[in-house]
Design a protein around this ligand. Structure first.
Ligand code: OAD
Length: 259
């Protein structure tokens, strides 16, 4: 198989990656697009081009119409359950074995990195397959959800409580432990990839900047230009799967040569 030249990491960056002790990979919705999960801001297919976030992804929307919000998330959960991690996810698992440490920080709520086999994954925006009580915020198991005939299922903890997806809605705080781990990973890394994110949503969009401040090279993998592009050492304008497979095979070849 021939590799498209433009999808390759430059020789200088490949050398840095080969010597990296800690690699940070930040992913967004574009990482899951080739697994059949829509992005948010694509003009034609993006979720926010078809739905208004304030009607479906806020605590106020849930309070106003829990049934509608729950059903909308059920439809998204179905898409996520049917999706399979693509070759780019598997390439990231292989990358883990080639570098000292690999931290995957994701804005995605689909759990595909974990399903592919990545070990150190930090979910900034929660996980759509998990549920929690909307009042006590305690986790609710899948069995309880599936056995309930009600939409949304009631909370097992609080009489007026309802099950809600364990994702971060607009206006809500991000999970502290994940944010702390992500910031720590960004401040420690010596190589950073930003993959499939429009780099518009904070605090995720700042993580590559922390990596740059530390002196780590930054590589953006995205078919489109983003506000981060100007700061990247290299922008690889391709789809996540093809680019990641190419980059990881480049690194494997480089390591074989140096043995
Ligand atoms: P966006 O939808 O804003 O951006 C997706 C990015 O992926 C775009 O820059 C696309 O060009 C790129 N892209 C599309 N297909 C790709 C492919 N095959 N390979 C690589 N890149 C590709 O998604 P996010 O940046 O993840 O928050 O959005 C951030 C947050 O905004 C989401 O987590 C969500 C949303 O509101 C919450 O729900 C809290």
């Amino acid at each position: 198989m021939t590799e498209a030249r433009e999808f390759r990491l430059s020789d200088a960056l490949l050398d840095r990656l080969a010597r990296a002790r800690s690699v940070l990979v930040l992913t967004g919705a574009g990482m899951s697009a080739e697994s059949g999960i829509p992005t948010f801001r694509d003009a034609q297919t993006g979720i926010w081009s078809k739905f208004r976030p304030e009607e479906l992804a806020t605590p106020e929307a849930f309070a106003a119409d829990p049934d509608r919000v729950w059903r909308w998330y059920e439809a998204r959960r179905k898409t996520v359950r049917e999706a399979q991690p693509h070759a780019g996810y598997l390439a990231l698992v292989e990358l883990e074995a080639l570098v000292g440490e690999l931290n995957v920080v994701t804005q995605n709520v689909d759990g595909l990195h974990q399903r592919a086999g990545s070990h150190r994954v930090w979910e900034l925006h929660g996980n759509i397959l998990r549920s929690k009580c909307h009042l006590s915020l305690r986790p609710i198991g899948r069995e309880w959800i599936e056995e309930s005939p009600q939409t949304p299922p009631p909370s097992p903890y609080v009489p007026e409580g309802l099950a809600r997806p364990d994702v971060v809605w607009f206006g809500e705080a991000l999970p502290t432990a994940a944010v702390e781990a992500a910031v720590e990973a960004a401040s420690r890394c010596d190589f950073c990839f930003s993959i499939g994110t429009s780099s518009l949503v904070q605090p995720a969009a700042s993580l590559p900047l922390y990596a740059l401040e530390r002196g780590a090279p930054l590589v953006e993998i995205n078919p489109e230009h983003t506000p981060l592009s100007a700061q990247a050492d290299q922008c690889i304008r391709g789809m996540a799967s093809e680019v990641l497979v190419t980059v990881v095979s480049q690194l494997q070849a480089a390591k074989r040569e140096n043995r």
